[in-house]
Design a protein around this ligand. Structure first.
Ligand code: TRP
Length: 336
């Protein structure tokens, strides 16, 4: 608890260009949660170097992502928006937690297996202990809730196991976090292969809407989106996954329910529907893009926010870190 509010932690990697899926599935929900919780939203750059990155590119993307957090509506005076690498406590707690995590547990992580097969020439120890660093992220802030996608649930489960193990030896040091599965946690699928998640790294440029796509590009990609044979706007996941995805996107952008959408497009063709979806997406993304363009030029404002928030994050993180260090037997620091 901070000031009577429950604590929420989440993070995103600054690799690749963010998609509409990242926005509707995560960022938009983060904004919705930011009144109710005391929120820490990190740009997790320590995690990013578990696969090879171009240094300049990573730095540029990390700054863009942090700026985008603000552009999307997260107030940096209320929410703690910061780079993970600016708070050394993450790496320090991760080391301690490494000593409370079993190789058997890490061997079961499906994301490690996936990534190891994709990056077979660079299966480094960081990739292996990635979930432990993630546990440190969450536990440092005594987070009660962690909004994550399904693909991260296993990492949250191991976080809970590590916290409980540590607590059972040393008493109540860490809050054991709960996953937060949003009500509207829309999972956005590829526009070209609707059985696949919309991905930053899809080879087909028409498969994903990027947050910075201009209106014409957005409309064009929706026009090309794969539909089905039924020729009606009906929510049938088996017969028409493509249409369902478009309905989810439209619903998420307009707040309309599936039934309302079916009624709205009753007797209308796919062409008209796809155009409406494209326009709805444009009207959601345009203000975010405009705000982003303004903010990215305001170097001193962003720099100030980065510095202030790193200090704030450091303050809370160090409180927990010192507790854990003391528990495991590290000598106390003598103050002048
Ligand atoms: N691993 C998460 C992802 O790739 C990012 C992440 C890092 C994270 N640390 C976190 C998410 C802590 C939630 C909480 O999506």
């Amino acid at each position: 608890m901070i000031d009577g509010k429950k604590v929420l932690f989440s993070g995103m990697q600054a690799t690749g260009t963010l998609t509409l899926g990242n926005y509707l599935g995560a960022l938009k929900n983060w904004v919705a949660l930011s009144n109710e919780y005391e929120c820490f939203y990190s740009v997790v750059d320590l995690h990013s170097i578990t696969v090879r990155q171009d240094a300049g590119e990573l730095r540029r993307r990390a700054r863009n992502l942090l700026t985008l957090y603000i552009a999307a509506g997260l107030d940096p005076e209320k929410n703690c928006l910061y780079y993970q690498s600016h708070v050394p406590a993450h790496a320090e707690l991760a080391w301690i937690l490494n000593c409370f995590t079993y190789m058997g547990e890490l061997n079961r992580m499906t994301q490690f297996k996936d990534k190891a097969s994709k990056h077979a020439n660079n299966i480094n120890a960081g990739l292996y202990t990635y979930p432990v660093l993630m546990a440190a992220d969450i536990l440092l802030y005594q987070a009660d809730a962690v909004p994550v996608g399904k693909d991260q649930l296993q990492h949250l489960e191991i976080t809970r196991d590590i916290a409980q193990r540590f607590n059972s030896v040393y008493g109540d040091v860490f809050t054991v976090p709960e996953p937060f599965i949003g009500k509207t946690g829309a999972k956005i699928m590829s526009l070209q292969e609707p059985e696949k998640k919309m991905s930053k790294s899809d080879d087909n440029p028409n498969a994903s809407i990027f947050l910075m796509d201009d209106p014409d590009t957005i409309i064009r990609k929706f026009k090309k989106a794969v539909t089905d044979m039924e020729a009606s706007v009906r929510y049938d996941a088996v017969k028409q996954p493509g249409i369902c995805n478009l309905m989810d996107i439209y619903g998420s952008c307009t707040g309309k329910s599936t039934a309302e959408i079916e009624r709205e497009f009753d007797g209308k063709g796919y062409g008209e529907f796809k155009l409406a979806v494209g326009e709805a997406v444009v009207s959601v993304l345009k203000p975010v893009q405009e705000r982003f363009d303004e903010l990215i030029r305001d170097k001193s404002y962003i720099d100030t926010m980065i510095r202030k928030n790193a200090e704030k994050a450091g303050y809370y993180a160090n409180k927990t870190l010192r507790k854990a260090q003391k528990k495991v037997g590290f000598p106390e620091r003598v103050r002048e």
